[in-house]
Structures are given as C-alpha cells and as structure tokens.
Design a protein around this ligand. Structure first.
Ligand code: ATP
Ligand code: MG
Length: 150
C-alpha cells in the first residue's frame, strides 16, 4: 500500500489511522518506521503516542534508545536504534520484556532480527516538498491490519 503524504498533517493522519486500525490490546505489536534522516519517523511516532492518549512531550529516544509510555490503553515503547551499531548492543535493552507493550521502532535496519518478529513496516520517503509512505505487512495480522487502514 502506497500513500502520498503532502505535509506533516498527512503523516499525523496516517499515524492516527494506523492507531485506529489496531486492536484495543496492542501488546506485542511491533511497527517498524523506516526512512532517511528527516523522513518523518518521529512525527509518525509522536502522533501515534498522542493518539493513544499521551499528552506530554514525546522526546527523541536517540540517546536513551527506549522511551516507555505507560498509558491507560497499554504500554507503548518508542525505540530509536540510530546509534546502535550492532545487534549485540540490544541485549541490555531487554527486548524480550517489551512484549507487554506496542513497539514503534525507528532505524530498525540496525537490528535485522527485528524484521522477523515485527508486524508492519512503514517506509517513509522524500517526495518533492512532502513524503510518501509504503506500508508493508510482515506478519499475517499485519496484513489484516492494512485492510483496515482508512
Ligand atoms: N509528509 C510530510 N511532508 C513534509 N514534511 C514532513 C512530513 N512529515 C513530517 N515532516 C517534517 O519532516 C521533519 C523531520 O521529521 P522527523 O523528525 O519526524 O523525521 P525522522 O525521520 O524522525 O528523522 P531522524 O531520522 O532524524 O530521527 C519535521 O520537520 C516534520 O515536520
Ligand atoms: Mg526521528
């Protein structure tokens, strides 16, 4: 599925639509956010986290690697692997313990192992003044989710 995102508002609208398409229990769902520097990955993540009911700031996890959000609607983990150079560095993150929440992962290319367990990949690209998004299902439930995005 490919979409044109003419401006930032369109990226936010896509994040809202993906959020709405997910089941109420998002535990264990993993969404990968791909794209060059500035493609809009954090914009998407911020909008998604706000759609889930978070009202405060959404700081970049570039240095902390993971920012957890304990929300009434469940946990969301915002992850940014930009500074990770090898998958070995991820052990201390306790990725196994993230199952209880929904994971949004920027720069998932740094941890190719994630690809196998993720549900959806959202690839953001530069397109003149805006962006485009390709939404790719990884899991079967991810494929069902794409049908529900509107
Ligand atoms: N569809 C869009 N059209 C035009 N600009 C957009 C669009 N979506 C987001 N932007 C803008 O792109 C800029 C960079 O966005 P953002 O920080 O989300 O990128 P990023 O992919 O997270 O970058 P990084 O890899 O550095 O973390 C922001 O100023 C944002 O407003
Ligand atoms: Mg970012």
């Amino acid at each position: 599925m490919k979409l044109e995102l003419a401006d930032e508002a369109a990226t936010i609208a896509l994040a809202n639509a993906v959020y709405r398409a997910l089941p109420a229990n998002r535990a264990g769902w993993t969404l990968l956010l791909c794209g060059e520097l500035g493609a809009g990955k954090s914009t998407f993540a911020r909008a998604f986290i706000r759609a889930a009911g978070h009202e405060g700031p959404v700081p970049s996890p570039t240095y902390t690697l993971v920012e957890p959000y304990a929300l009434a609607s469940g946990f969301i983990y915002h992850i940014d692997l930009y500074r990770v150079s090898s998958e070995d560095e991820l052990y201390f993150l306790g990725f196994d313990e993230l199952d209880e929440g929904c994971c949004l992962v920027e720069w998932p290319e740094r941890a190719p192992g994630l690809l196998a367990t993720a549900d959806l990949k959202i690839e953001l690209s530069f397109e003149s003044t805006g962006r485009s998004a390709r939404i790719i299902a990884i899991s079967e439930r991810g494929s069902a989710l794409i049908q529900k995005i509107n």
